[in-house]
Design a binder for this molecule. Structure first.
Ligand SMILES: Nc1nc2c(ncn2[C@@H]2O[C@H](COP(=O)(O)OP(=O)(O)OP(=O)(O)O)[C@@H](O)[C@H]2O)c(=O)[nH]1
Ligand SMILES: [Mg+2]
Length: 431
């Protein structure tokens, strides 16, 4: 943990069953919180749950439950209590006073994991930015978290309100600077990616740990890190693949999770750019998860926060080698109606060929055949056609022209036709 306090090691988890949430859903959510804690290096020693219609404004859970959490934390020797739900700064501070150990929430744990796992400069800036935004309103209590990030601010213990105000201003400035840095990195990336504009792009999306990177490696022979833990991938990798005779680019990126802190989503916008601009989303689902519908929904929610809506989507229903026959038979109930899907195992490779066919089929109505007659002096345009489409035949005509029959992505062929018409129109005007 990036904290001047000793990093917590032993946790008690707290989950609240709200509204019509089922008991098993809560217990699954706490399992997930325990794996998040584990990824952050914290062992879970106990759990406390409560069913409530409404949360308490001051302490989230009721007074009696706070007492129970305190006793449990004391008896197991926990040094942190982690809530599955997002807490307000005031709730955290009230709870810490009453329980007597540090209190964190799910967002806080996710931010810690991202901070520890970020590798590239861009990912590091993105995480720092999200953490600063998260901690800004919590500064009074948590200023020590920021001491290292704002380096040189000179904050020391015992500061008054005025000092906090000064620090807030400094952090806001730093946030501005980080945002500017990210814009620059993004600009460079756009330049780099403009070269790829001629190709159809596919983005892998999905809940964390469902097997996106395993599938990516299988489709591209890449060597992206695969691990049985949450958030193995934090950066994007892009590769070219050929499917059905066409070149595609495909990207693997960070996975999503329920209650992903929105600052983090905002910061990771540029990493997720692949998904934002893709022609097709390949949504990977873990068919062995008892909450796969919630996971699909969580992914859709993050995508809509990123303004990605109504993109053509193919579902890759993964881990069929682990699934029970019932899970395999029932899977269609859980996938959005009419959505194209294939059950696969990225691990064994089973049905991955069917997935490839499905991808090509999905693109089929976005491809067309077209014939152009181009004078040979316009060799650049002939070359351009070779770039964007598969050439089916070329016939040299007597008047120094070439007749080309080709097959390629409709959007690129239409762009080509428009540009070519303009050339003809300018030539016609000159003649
Ligand atoms: N049995 C089985 N295990 C799989 C399959 N696909 C992936 N896994 C395992 O699931 C775990 C997660 O795989 P990853 O490919 O890292 O998952 P991811 O979606 O990229 O995860 P994050 O990057 O952490 O979001 C690893 O232990 C994989 O070996 C599969 O088809 N069958
Ligand atoms: Mg991954």
């Amino acid at each position: 943990m990036l904290d001047t306090q000793a990093p917590p090691e032993k946790a008690v988890l707290v989950g609240v069953q709200l509204g019509d949430m089922q008991g098993w859903e809560l217990s699954y959510s706490l399992d997930e919180l325990a794996s998040l804690a584990d990824t952050a290096g914290v062992t879970t020693l106990g759990r406390c749950t409560q069913a409530r219609q409404q949360v308490s404004a001051s302490t989230y859970i009721g007074r009696g439950k706070v007492e129970e959490v305190r006793n449990l934390a004391l008896s197991v020797g926990a040094d942190v209590v982690i809530f599955d739900n997002e807490l307000s700064p005031a709730q955290i501070s009230n709870l810490e006073k009453q329980i007597g150990v540090r209190v964190m929430d799910r967002s806080d744990v996710i931010l810690h994991i991202f901070a520890e796992r970020a590798q590239t400069k861009e990912a590091k800036i993105q995480v720092d930015l999200a953490r600063m935004k998260y901690f800004l309103p919590r500064l009074k209590r948590q200023w020590t978290h920021l001491e290292r990030q704002v380096g040189g601010v000179g904050v020391r213990g015992g500061m008054g309100e005025k000092q906090i105000e000064i620090d807030r201003r400094l952090i806001r400035k730093k946030i501005d600077r980080y945002e500017e840095d990210l814009r620059l990195i993004e600009k460079q990336r756009n330049l780099r990616e403009r070269n790829r504009i001629n190709q159809f792009t596919i983005a892998l999306v999905g809940y964390t740990n469902v097997g996106k990177s395993t599938l990516f490696n299988r489709l591209t022979s890449a060597d992206v890190l695969v691990e049985n833990r949450l958030f193995a991938t934090l950066d994007s990798t892009v590769r070219e693949i050929e499917l059905g005779g066409h070149a595609f680019t495909i990207s693997d990126t960070v996975g999503f999770i329920r209650k992903l802190p929105h600052h983090l989503v905002a910061s990771f916008r540029s990493t997720l750019e692949g998904a934002l601009q893709a022609d097709l989303l390949l949504h990977v689902v873990d068919m062995t998860s008892p909450v796969l519908e919630e996971q699909i929904r969580a992914v859709d929610e993050v995508l809509s926060q990123l303004n990605v809506k109504d993109k053509p989507t193919v579902y890759a229903i993964n881990k069929m080698d682990l699934a029970t026959p019932e899970q395999q038979q029932e899977i269609w109930r859980h996938i959005p109606a009419n959505a194209p899907y294939v059950t696969i195992s990225a691990h064994t490779g089973e049905h991955v060929d069917m997935l490839q066919e499905l991808i090509v089929d999905t693109f089929a109505d976005q491809f067309k055949q077209e014939t152009f007659v181009i004078p040979l002096r316009h060799s650049k345009w002939v070359a351009r056609l070779h770039e964007i489409a598969t050439i089916q035949s070329e016939e040299y005509l007597p008047n120094n022209q070439i007749k080309i029959r080709c097959y390629g992505p409709t959007k690129l062929i239409e762009q080509f036709r428009k540009g070519w018409r303009e050339v003809l129109a300018t030539e016609g005007a000159k003649a």
